[in-house]
Design a protein around this ligand. Structure first.
Ligand SMILES: C[S@@+](CC[C@H](N)C(=O)[O-])C[C@H]1O[C@@H](n2cnc3c(N)ncnc32)[C@H](O)[C@@H]1O
Length: 478
């Protein structure tokens, strides 16, 4: 479905020139520019990196926090403001566009980021309005946008004349229900539409799914079987057992990289939904030989490592392939203990040997719409054109994966996206060729509630607390 109004997409927009033009005069403040609050400065630097350099917020923020020596509440505030503003950017821009007397694109990008940060504080936090405005004006002065501080002050005062609910109702007053939902939960409308399609058109549940994208995700660990018992990792990490995967632990906070088990490569960070998909492939019913497994698009190797750990006691020979050399290196490093051979190249050029593999994981390149809560900027960087391109690639990869199977072998087709064009449509197109049959995947997810009518499985953050992973199991007929 097309977007009713194209929201801005941080990180892709071209820069529009040096200074913010016009606007009211900055408030006259004698003396040197005020020093900005360190948390807001870090949040602002994050916005600049995302907007100007196309950075990934979750990769940049930790180093900004340590560079600026933020800790405790200051680090938490920088995270909340930085991630929150990036996540809400499209809707914030629509609101700001109604408060600025020219196109938002004509503003200096640095000023636009200041306005986004101020508007976020006004509309989506409990920070008092006067503090939200004053700290943003101070930040403008302290970061070199002195001449724009008057504009920032005037625009934010207009933004503060209504709250989030009021603004988003106004932005969508003539719109359809999906438009209202998208604006209110700060998602592009095409993503809201894709979630709604995947949820059978249930708008209440779509609202819950979109809201889950704004919640801070828990970190999940995997205790690799044969390397460490979950009980031992639970004791070390202080987490709670994942409800579904026997190897999962959920953490409420803390730095998983500091755990001895993670440093010693006995365990790793891995979403519980990803664990379930690897476990499903290993558990899928299979007649005959079961000793050759392949992970076709393996980088960075999270699922490869779990498959290696699951396959080792079963005498399985696991191989992996990855297109990008640096990601293939990550797979080698993740699976060093099991010495998994990793080839580098396009999966569609892998050739079958020894009559074909018994089990293949195709964790396909995808839009990642199922992990938006972990990647604050992702929702505004993707567009519907990405989906069509990826769906074509996914279909080609799945067709080829089936050719690499021995007759009777099984492929798990997995995406970290619930978009039907990347999930059920790809599977249906390939099954329609007549060279594969779908197996009901639900029994391969034992103990997981709310799996719907099958035969494919779609996990959801709001239902399962996992990323929105999709899994289909396909068998090559004998
Ligand atoms: C969704 S990720 C896989 C994640 C991985 N299974 C894990 O759990 O860590 C998809 C991977 O496919 C790789 N890829 C993309 N196009 C490919 C192709 N044509 N052939 C092989 N790998 C490809 C990407 O570089 C990326 O590393």
């Amino acid at each position: 479905m097309a977007e009713a109004r194209g929201p801005r997409r941080p990180g892709r927009r071209p820069s529009t020139g040096p200074a913010a033009r016009g606007g009211s005069r900055p408030p006259s403040r004698p003396g040197p520019p005020p020093s900005a609050d360190p948390s807001r400065r870090v949040a602002y630097l994050l916005l600049r990196a995302v907007d100007a350099e196309g950075a990934y917020a979750n990769l940049v923020l930790p180093s900004l926090i340590s560079e600026h020596r933020l800790a405790g509440r200051d680090a938490a505030l920088a995270t909340e403001l930085g991630y929150g503003t990036v996540r809400a950017a499209g809707t914030l821009d629509e609101i700001l566009a109604r408060c600025v007397d020219r196109a938002l694109d004509e503003l200096d990008p640095a000023v636009r980021d200041l306005l986004r940060l101020g508007a976020y504080q006004l509309l989506r936090t409990r920070i008092p309005a006067h503090a939200a405005v004053a700290t943003t004006v101070d930040l403008a002065r302290a970061t070199g946008s002195v001449r724009a501080s008057g504009l920032v002050n005037a625009v934010l005062r207009k933004v503060g004349t209504d709250d989030w609910d009021g603004w988003t109702a106004r932005l969508s007053e003539d719109g359809e229900p999906l438009r209202r939902l998208a604006v209110r939960t700060a998602h592009p409308q095409w993503i809201a539409a894709a979630f709604a399609d995947a949820l059978g058109g249930d708008l209440d549940e779509t609202a819950a799914a979109l809201a889950a994208d704004d919640e801070r995700p828990q970190t999940h660990l995997v205790a690799w079987p044969g390397r460490i018992d979950r009980a031992e990792l639970l004791a070390e990490s202080g987490g709670t057992p994942g409800p579904y995967s026997p190897f999962a632990i959920r953490l409420d906070g803390g730095d998983p990289g500091a755990l001895a088990a993670v440093r010693g490569r006995l365990a790793a960070v891995q979403d519980e939904g990803s664990q379930l998909c690897a476990l499903a492939l290993a558990a899928a019913p299979l007649d005959g030989r079961d000793e050759r497994w392949l992970d076709l698009c393996a980088g960075p190797g999270g699922k490869t490592a779990l498959l290696a750990a699951l396959g080792a006691p079963r005498g399985v020979r696991l191989e992996a392939n990855e297109l990008r050399p640096h990601r293939a290196e990550l797979v080698r490093s993740a699976t060093e203990f099991w010495q998994v051979p990793v080839s580098v190249g396009d999966a569609r050029e892998v050739t079958p040997t020894d009559g074909g593999w018994d089990r293949i994981l195709l964790d396909a390149p995808c839009t990642g719409l199922g992990a938006l809560r972990r990647r604050p900027e992702a929702r505004w960087r993707r567009d519907p054109g990405d989906v069509a391109q990826l769906a074509e690639l996914q279909t080609g990869l799945l067709r080829h994966a089936l050719e690499l199977l021995r007759p009777g072998g099984v492929v798990a087709y997995v995406t970290c996206s619930p978009h039907p064009a990347e999930t059920t449509a790809v599977v249906s197109a390939v099954v329609a060729d007549g060279r594969a049959e779908l197996i009901d995947a639900r029994p391969a997810f034992p103990g997981v509630d709310d799996l719907g009518a099958g035969p494919t499985v779609q996990l959801w953050p709001h239902r399962h607390g996992t990323d929105a992973m999709f899994c289909a199991l396909l068998r090559r007929p004998c």
